[in-house]
Design a binder for this molecule. Structure first.
Ligand code: AP5
Ligand code: MG
Ligand code: ZN
Length: 235
């Protein structure tokens, strides 16, 4: 079971990096931002609550977000594992996630921090566009569709920009997330789960580095279990 968290500031490429992982490993993609946007579109109580915060680029309260994630982690498509994209975002959420993963017996395999300089993030967010049909994410500057105006994944021809990618909202999103990011990184570093990956390189390279990070980890676990077995058989 591959249970990963992708950390990274807005625009770091969490969603983009998730796509090839899901294709290859068939794990569930759990993006709290996507879930809130769906709830907003459906005008559910959670969606209406989240809208107040998201429109301003602020964080939705920890308990609301953690409850959503706990419900999502109990769905059947999580059996192979999961990628948490954009959760946790505060140390309170990280502590709540510890309790959730313990209750559901789904221990974390790896936490990846996708690191990108701030000036690149601002540029990326202002140039992002998304396929209306399948949700694939592109970028006018760094990651356009192969054929202009046609989605690589589904052939769709309609695209949109996110409401919170407006320059005034982007500024606050980056500020709020930056404040929360360092303690979160320290939290997972202290648990020995964290690996930094350079997000300022081609998406294929970002994916390769992420894969290398957990393969090393799984290898490490394998060898540590093997060592324990050898040790136990000697005593
Ligand atoms: P969310 O939707 O998670 O937004 P975010 O964290 O701001 O991150 P983004 O989705 O903007 O960026 P990304 O890292 O996924 O980058 P992407 O792959 O799209 O959250 C939205 C809001 O919901 C929050 O502000 C908050 O209000 C609320 N919320 C969500 N989770 C919450 C939580 N846990 N607690 C409280 N509130 C929460 O890439 C960006 C662009 O760059 C694209 O155009 C892409 O094509 C391009 N790109 C990506 N990778 C590369 C690359 N390697 N090279 C070149 N270009 C690239
Ligand atoms: Mg995203
Ligand atoms: Zn599409």
């Amino acid at each position: 079971m591959l249970n990963i968290i992708l950390l990274g500031l807005p625009g770091a490429g969490k969603g983009t990096a998730s796509a090839p992982i899901i294709d290859k490993y068939h794990v569930a993609h759990i993006s709290t931002g996507d879930m809130f946007r769906e709830a907003m579109a459906e005008e559910t109580p959670v969606g209406l609550e989240a809208k107040k915060y998201m429109d301003a680029g602020d964080l939705v309260p920890d308990e609301v977000t953690a409850k959503l994630v706990e419900e999502r982690l109990q769905k059947s498509d999580v059996l192979n594992g999961f990628i948490l994209d954009g959760f946790p975002r505060t140390t309170v959420q990280a502590e709540l996630l510890d309790q959730i993963t313990e209750r559901l017996n789904k221990p974390l395999s790896k936490v990846i921090s996708i690191d990108v300089p701030e000036d690149i993030l601002v540029e990326r967010l202002s140039a992002r566009y998304i396929c209306k049909n399948c949700g694939a994410t592109y970028n006018k500057i760094s990651n356009p569709t192969k054929v202009a105006g046609v989605c690589d994944r589904c052939g769709g021809k309609e695209f949109y920009q996110r409401e919170d990618d407006k320059p005034e909202v982007v500024k606050n999103r980056l500020k709020v997330n930056k404040e929360m990011n360092t303690p979160l990184i320290d939290f997972y570093d202290a648990k020995g789960l964290l690996t930094h990956v350079n997000g300022n390189q081609a998406p294929e390279k970002v994916f390769a580095d992420i894969e290398a990070a957990w393969l090393t980890n799984i290898g490490g676990l394998f060898f540590s279990n093997l060592t324990k077995k050898c040790y136990n058989s000697q005593v």
